[in-house]
Design a binder for this molecule. Structure first.
Ligand code: DUT
Length: 242
């Protein structure tokens, strides 16, 4: 059976061109298929840089990043990126309908597929409550969505592509804790088997993850479940108390 949604980092180091200090230092970890892995650490600790190596926005200077057991540098870039969806920190929606905004990631998606993705992102409920439903126009002459609603449309856009690996780059920090919990519950319910990497600022966003990676100055200083990290990891305790 082919592996789907596995990610391995093997002694990965990375520095941005023209800089002296690596932002990722000798990082090793695995995300198993279907696992939810949290990535936490203070601002500038390297969280975004770390996940940017998976779809090859950058390549490491040493070590290997593998997807489904294969070094990403040996994979066809289009095929690699088809497997991965990244929800960015800042939601970018354009003036147009909700349908168009979700479908932008996959132009040939059917309405049914769009609705399915919206359900997974906990967006179907509020979208269908509008008189125009998925034809509701966003922005300018249309409806103005709240930050949390935009976030959910952005997640639906990622999911309509049916990725094997979903990367949420700190995208839920703008939504309240309840909305975030709803999104995660919807993901858990509908997106079984999907591997999720969740970058977060607050512990509540990752505490129920299968595994949490604690980054500090580009290094892994803790890896484990919430209870273990609370007990053993100073940096995690500090974030928890802040
Ligand atoms: N950095 C660069 N060039 C870039 C991006 C980042 O030099 O194009 C530096 C800034 C920082 C380090 O890399 O010192 C790590 O940044 P990153 O954005 O990966 O950290 P983060 O943990 O994701 O920070 P935040 O929580 O603020 O998003």
């Amino acid at each position: 059976l082919p592996i789907k949604g596995r990610v391995d980092f093997e002694q990965v180091s990375f520095l941005y061109e023209g800089t002296m200090e690596p932002v990722i230092k000798n990082v090793t970890f695995s995300c198993l298929p279907g696992e939810t892995v949290g990535i936490i650490g203070s601002t500038g600790s390297g969280k975004s840089s770390l996940v940017s190596l998976i779809p090859r926005f950058y390549d490491p200077n040493s070590g290997a990043v593998k997807v489904n057991g294969i070094d990403v540098r040996e994979m066809d870039p289009t095929k690699l990126r088809d497997k991965i969806a990244v929800v960015p920190q800042k939601t970018v929606l354009f003036t147009g309908t909700v349908l168009e905004n979700i479908r932008i990631g996959k132009e040939d998606a059917t309405l049914e597929e769009v609705e399915q993705a919206a359900r997974m992102a906990d967006a179907h409920g509020f979208v269908s409550s509008f008189p125009e439903g998925y034809n509701t126009v966003l922005g300018q002459q249309g409806v103005n969505f709240s930050g949390g609603q935009k976030q959910r449309v952005s997640i639906a856009r990622a999911l309509v592509r049916k990725p094997e690996i979903l990367i949420l780059d700190d995208c839920t920090s703008a939504v309240d804790v309840t909305t975030e919990a709803n999104i995660k519950e919807a993901l858990k319910k509908y997106a079984k088997g999907l591997t999720c990497l969740i970058i977060a600022q607050r512990i509540t966003s990752v505490m129920d993850a299968d595994k949490i990676i604690v980054l500090d100055h580009g290094q892994i200083v803790g890896i484990g479940k919430h209870d273990e990290l609370i007990r053993d990891c100073d940096v995690y305790q500090e974030i928890f108390q802040s």
